[in-house]
Design a protein around this ligand. Structure first.
Ligand code: ATP
Ligand code: MG
Length: 465
């Protein structure tokens, strides 16, 4: 069913049986018996069902009380750090689409949003898959045909995001014709980020040159050429070796030619118009460029929203007027293939920015959604803040262990799958199909098996015709 009293809004009866019978009882779960709904990601207060997004259905039957086929919702009021794991093709990017559909402003009102105030989001789209969020699935596209049939079964109408913005870096092919160009301002990049980006130690002759240059140019909105000019000027470097300066200049000059940097580049503040979904299509870029862009965005988000909330809090404390300047109260940063953007195995600009973002982002209204097929390849300091997990199919034991370690509730001890007893949680994760996952959160006493709903917007992964 659903929260809605209108029968037309009730979701289809998609599941009446399940091959998954969980033996462990579900002692605590946020269940609303009216309309058969389960809420994840927040504790329910009596009668308040606002800001809930529809994500799918409970897929497990259970001993004692069974919640099979109940509708699953995600609360969006509190900032989340959501961690989505799974092997290739298990449904991770699909989940990101489902979440973004839920939090964004849609072209047509939809029962999948229960009294939702749209939230601004920024998607780090490493595979150029998410531009399709702006379009409903089309009958003429073979890949969309199954999706349209699925939507009918679920009693969901095709929909699209209202005016998402797609950004592509200079030189990347444009596939819509309406994309904005994504460039970043050199003055937005810290000395530490330059070092990580150029693969230089902070405490090295090169690191020293970068720090001194950024400090000297600081305060102004400068070009990459200004950095090169400063480093090239012998007068600034009486004692530093020319080879150290060259080591940086050659690489920076390489980047100058990409056109990715400009003093007229993107200001993160411009992405924050209320409720807009910003899709950064970064497939053509090198991994370190993706990482640098993510870093600049995460750090600026933190600074802008942090300031906004502290101004708001002070105004409320002293009961003085608060002058809203258009900064939203909440932003979700969504990163697909997070192991590419913030790997543990090498220095990456995004790592420390994301650590800061998750540690202190809660007070600033910042959520983070990370998807990865390599659960062991992400920084522990980022993952220690995870409060909700979607665990899709995985095969390798080391990946399974890493994914299970981050589930913020208990795993499952025994489950019957198609008549076979499974007593190892890893084995339960191995048998899942695309779109099925164990959802773990603080509000439920153990992980719960969920079937993620079909997408109402077109799912990417096919070429535009
Ligand atoms: N909830 C779902 N309902 C229906 N089909 C789904 C669902 N989730 C995934 N699928 C199917 O599985 C395919 C792969 O999903 P998706 O692109 O999300 O995989 P992925 O985990 O992101 O893989 P990769 O790591 O290769 O990017 C989709 O194209 C779709 O056909
Ligand atoms: Mg994917």
């Amino acid at each position: 069913m659903s929260f809605s009293a209108k029968s037309g809004d009730h979701f289809g009866t998609v599941l009446d049986r399940s091959p998954y019978a969980v033996e462990d009882s579900l002692v605590k779960v946020q269940y609303v018996s009216r309309g058969q709904n389960v809420v994840f990601g927040r504790s329910l207060r009596a009668g308040d069902h606002s800001n809930l997004i529809y994500i799918g259905k409970i897929l497990e039957s259970g001993k004692g009380r069974s919640y099979l086929a109940a509708d699953a919702w995600l609360g969006t009021t509190f900032p989340h750090v959501i961690y989505i794991t799974g092997t290739r093709g298990s449904g991770k990017s699909f989940d990101l689409g489902v979440i973004v559909e839920g939090i964004s402003r849609l072209s047509d009102p939809s029962p999948l949003q229960n009294e939702v105030t749209p939230i601004t989001s920024i998607i780090i789209d490493t595979q150029n898959q998410f531009w399709t969020l702006g379009y409903p699935p089309r009958v003429s596209v073979p890949e969309n045909k199954d999706q349209l049939e699925e939507l009918k079964r679920w009693n969901l109408e095709p929909n699209s995001l209202a005016a998402p913005k797609v950004y592509v870096p200079p030189g990347s092919p444009r596939f819509l014709g309406t994309e904005a160009t994504l460039r970043i301002r050199p003055s937005d990049i810290t000395a530490e980020e330059w070092c990580a980006f150029l693969d230089q130690e902070v405490y090295s002759p090169q690191g020293h040159i970068i720090a001194k240059t950024v400090e000297a140019l600081g305060g102004a909105n400068y070009e990459l050429e200004d950095i090169l000019r400063y480093i090239g000027d012998d007068d600034h470097w009486p004692t530093e070796a020319e080879s150290s300066r060259n080591a940086i200049s050659y690489r920076l000059d390489d980047y100058r030619r990409t056109g990715l940097f400009s003093s007229a580049g993107l200001r993160v503040k411009d992405l924050l118009e209320g409720g807009t979904c910003n899709i950064l299509a970064l497939r053509e870029l090198r991994n370190e460029d993706k990482s640098l862009i993510t870093s600049v965005i995460a750090r600026n988000l933190f600074a802008i929203l942090g300031k906004h909330h502290s101004k708001k809090k002070t105004a409320s404390f002293f009961e003085t007027p608060f002058d809203p300047d258009g900064t939203p109260d909440r932003v979700w940063l969504v990163i697909d293939e997070a192991h590419v953007v913030a790997p543990t195995t090498q220095i990456s600009p995004a790592r420390s920015a994301l650590v800061e973002y998750v540690k202190r982002g809660r007070d600033a209204g910042l959520s983070l959604v990370l998807a990865t097929q390599q659960p062991s390849a992400l920084d522990d300091r980022i993952l220690s803040q995870v409060n909700l997990t979607l665990s899709h199919r995985l095969s390798f034991q080391s990946d399974i262990n890493a994914a299970i370690n981050r589930i913020p509730t208990k795993s499952i001890r025994a489950m019957k799958y198609a008549g076979t007893n499974l007593t190892n949680f890893g084995d339960m994760i191995r048998v899942l199909e695309a779109g099925q996952c164990f959802l773990g959160d603080h509000a439920s006493s153990r992980a719960v098996l969920v079937q993620i709903r079909p997408r109402v917007t077109a799912h990417g992964g096919y070429s535009p015709r």
